[in-house]
Design a protein around this ligand. Sequence first.
Ligand code: MRU
Length: 350
Amino acid sequence: MASTNLAIPRSVIWNEESISLLNQQKIPHVTEYLELTTIKDVWEAIQSLKVRGAPAIGITAAFGLALSALQDISETIVDFQRNIKKNRDYLASSRPTAVNLVWALDRLVNSISNVQSINEAKTTIVHEAIQIQIEDEEVCRLIGEHALSVFQKGDRVMTICNAGSIATAKYGTALAPFYLAKEKNVNLSVYACETRPVLQGARLTTWELMQAGIDVTLITDNMAAHTIKSKNISAIIVGADRIAANGDTANKIGTFNLALLAKAFNIPFYVAAPLSTFDPMIENGDLIPIEERNPEEVTELNGIRVAPEGVKVFNPAFDVTPNHLISGIITEKGILSNDYQKEISKLFSA
Ligand code: MRU
């Protein structure tokens, strides 16, 4: 069925002794890959948004822990495991909201709980990190297939932030259906909100969709209501950083606004996310930690100050959309759409 060979960019490449990382801070002006060789490089890259997007953060952190494992010079397995746990905590502290980060790190830590030797532990950790990346690509493709089933040919769909290929192993979550539609010659149009303050929509979503020849139109965030009305937007689809046990969803700041608009205009609002983005241990969205970032992200544009010196700033990087505003949560296992509490609990008890 696939008819087109699309240019789909990748953000994280494992090279055994280093990680090549697409520097998302420089997109769209410069396409450069950084060589990360230490766990400190990895922490800094995640914290400074050189890599961002929940699954990509998890994959990068996993490779960071793998690098630290390969460089470890412990003489006993007990010391080795202690170092790995310390490095796990260090990497986990790079960003607080996306649960994929700790999900990936804990998967690596758990993978070596029964190993007999340091060599076996090193091989196991590297294998597990590679596996996380391989699985994420397949998971994103499946999310894309399920998501595609809710759209009709010719639909105009709005999104925010970047939940695309460079935010994952490949394809993305919210953007996956557009890649698959393009492969199948199904015509869909994307309306991308610019996503202040750091413009993931303007810089990244447009960049990756345009490379694949997918129809994309950029708007500023405050144009969303007018655009939904005047361009006949048929649905909104977004990614997620953490989904609580009741379906409340944290995603990029501005997502909650779009969910409220979807309700006002009576159009569906979808969240697309892998199971690794669910946190069934967190009862509801009020308990999700929300990252607050530097005030300069708000007071400056491209390094140029736009607000008065000394102004007070509130800069939350994420907001939480309550479950009742979500028409469906699209996962690799299918679409959840009724009693989220019950469906999520079923998914995680299986
Ligand atoms: O601050 P960011 O750019 O890491 O925020 C990213 C998002 O909010 C994405 O929508 C989410 O991580 C899903 S990426 C598939």
